[in-house]
Every structure is written in C-alpha cells, then in structure tokens.
Design a protein around this ligand. Structure first.
Ligand code: PHE
Length: 341
C-alpha cells in the first residue's frame, strides 16, 4: 500500500520534469493532483482500507499531496519567469531609439511684427486699446472729419452690412474716438491694433483685409515736435539706432498737419535696391496732429488739449523686412510660405 503511494509520487515528479510550457503544466495538474488523479482516488478510497492501515496511509497520502502541490508551484513560477524572459528577448523594445519629434508651431509673420511693434510702443509708455472690427459709419468716417459725401470716403471703400450705417472698419482710426470718449478729459497714450477691411481688387499689393496699428496721444500741450521725436524714436527702437528717418507732408482728413514717415531702406542702407525701388527710402506710416474737430468729437477742448495720431500696416512692414512681394501670401494659408518665418 505504501509502495503504491511512493510510486504515485515518483511518477508524478518524473512527469513534472518533462513539463516545458504552461499548457503541459495544466495538463499535469489535472492528471496528478486533480480530482480524478491516482492520488485523489487513493485518498478518497481511504475508508476502504483496514482500520489499522488508515492513519499511516492518510498521513503519507497528504504528505505527498503537499509535496506535489509545492513542486507544482515551483515549476509554475519558473515557467512564468522563463516565458517572460523569452518574450522580453523576442519583443525587444529599443528605448535608445530617438523619439519622433512633435511638430512645433510658430507665429504667423503678421503676429511676429505685431508683437515687436507692441513691445516697442509698450517701452515708450503706450498701452494697447482694443476696439471693434464692426463699426458704425459715424465712427469710421463722420467723427473722423469725413462727412457723408466727402470725396475722401473714396479712399476707404468697405464692406457694408444689410444696415448701411454698419460696416467693417476700413482703418483703426475709429478706435481713436472710442479711446478719447472713454478717457476724456484725462490724457491718453494708446496704440490700437487690429484688422481692417477694404473693398478692393485683390492684387499682389492690396488685400481686402490687413492689420493696422494706430497710435494716439492726447494731452495738454502736445506738439508737432513731440510727434516727430516720438516717431524717430520708434524707428530707432524698431530698426536700429542708426536708421535714418524723414518726414514728408501728406493729407488725412482727421489730422492737421499730416505727414508720412519714411525710413532709410534697411536692405540696402539707402543706396537703392529693388525693395526700396531704388529710392533708398521706405514708406512706413501716416501720422499727424489730431484735427481739432476730431478732438472735440472725442470730448476734448481743442483750446486746451492737443495730440498726435499715427497708423502703420504691419503686413507692409513685414513685406519690406522679408522681401515678400505678394501680400496675398499672408492669408493664403500656404505652409510653404508660413514655414519660412
Ligand atoms: N487711418 C489712416 C489710413 O488708414 C492712417 C492714419 C492714422 C493717418 C492716424 C494719420 C493718423 O491710411
């Protein structure tokens, strides 16, 4: 009887030696320690043995059961370890491989110039004042000294809404009125950046939408000399200490007198090249002393207050800076263009 038990144990352990994978292991489990294994059958039949043999047989049978279970556990752990090892070897993950770089975005060329302009004016004490893209006829024209039927309106044709009094602003100048009406009678020193719209034929030189950065300073005793000094300082901060600047007389209905600022061509240094069309100078902005009528419309007494205003086009500045010949590139969303900046 005890020999029979020894044999069961020996057979089971010998079979376990040949087990090579987890499928074979679970087959072994049911054959040797499962419910219908010889050992379980033997233990189940204990009651049939003569009473004096039972204790010894039961003790030995349970010993063997524990031994086989622990041999099973050891085998199972070592099989799992070697299977893991094998899968690590075959599905090797090479962590030394460089990752795929995430594509980095960049700022649109207009945003780049805008930010540069903001920071220069911020250093000079000008705050950003945001004003609306959709304007009334009154703010875009009339309050800026361009009454209905005034021929100057021809210079700034725009897109009208179904209400003829509501339009897309043609310049940032209506923001001057908003800013003055908000701050009068306190002094103002702001820049007003934003999108403008014009009803024009789209060509390499003109678009139906573009940015402007307007500037406005109003206070007691602001002079034309202040305007010239401020614009010259802006040019130096924007384009370098040694850039030459000159002023030319111009006309705008909302400034009097009016001027235009040219700077020495930063491509050729004034010698003449295709960018400055061999003139040596680049036209940068329009400006002037705020017209008394406009000051009054903004809520200031022109006998006490004076001021200057200016307006520049960042796309134009960017075109000059980078030698961009076609303004349509700015809104065409062509990555071949945008990725160059
Ligand atoms: N609003 C003018 C334009 O669009 C520019 C300008 C602004 C001129 C402020 C003088 C003063 O052309």
């Amino acid at each position: 009887m005890l020999e029979q038990l020894d044999q069961i144990e020996k057979d089971a352990l010998a079979a376990l030696e040949t087990v090579k994978d987890s499928a074979a292991l679970s087959a072994w489990k049911s054959a040797h320690i499962g419910r219908s294994s010889p050992l379980s059958v033997f233990l189940g039949d204990l009651g049939k043995l003569p009473a004096e043999e039972r204790p010894q047989a039961g003790k030995r049978g349970n010993e063997i059961k524990r031994a086989l279970e622990s041999a099973f556990g050891t085998r199972e752990a070592s099989l799992q370890a070697s299977e893991l090892e094998r899968s690590l070897q075959s599905d090797k993950l090479d962590i030394s491989l460089p990752g795929r770089p995430a594509k980095r975005g960049r700022l649109h060329p207009s945003s780049q110039v805008l930010r540069k302009i903001y920071s220069v004016w911020a250093d000079m004490g000008f705050q950003i004042y945001r004003s609306r893209n959709v304007e009334s006829d009154e703010y875009n024209f009339t309050l800026l000294n361009i009454p209905p039927h005034h021929p100057a309106r021809d210079m700034w044709d725009t897109f009208y809404t179904t209400d003829p009094k509501v339009l897309l602003r043609t310049h940032t100048s209506p923001g001057q009125i908003h800013a003055m009406r908000e701050f009068a009678p306190e002094p103002v020193r702001v820049i007003l950046p934003g999108m403008c719209f014009r009803y024009e034929q789209i060509t390499a030189r003109s678009e139906i939408q573009f940015h402007q950065v307007e500037g406005l300073a109003v206070g007691p005793g602001i002079t034309f000399a202040n305007l010239k000094a401020t614009l010259s300082d802006f040019a130096r901060r924007m384009w370098g200490e040694n850039v030459g600047a000159r002023f030319r007389a111009d006309h705008f209905p909302f400034t009097e007198p009016s001027l235009e600022l040219d700077i020495e061509c930063f491509v050729c240094g004034g010698k003449g090249c295709p960018v400055c069309k061999y003139g040596g100078w680049l036209e940068i902005l329009g400006a002037g002393m705020v017209h008394p009528t406009v000051l009054r419309n903004g809520g200031y007494d022109p006998k006490v207050f004076s001021g200057f205003a200016f307006g520049m086009g960042p796309e134009r500045i960017s075109m000059l800076r980078h030698g961009i010949e076609d303004i349509r590139n700015f809104w065409a969303n062509d990555l071949r263009f945008l990725e160059q900046f």
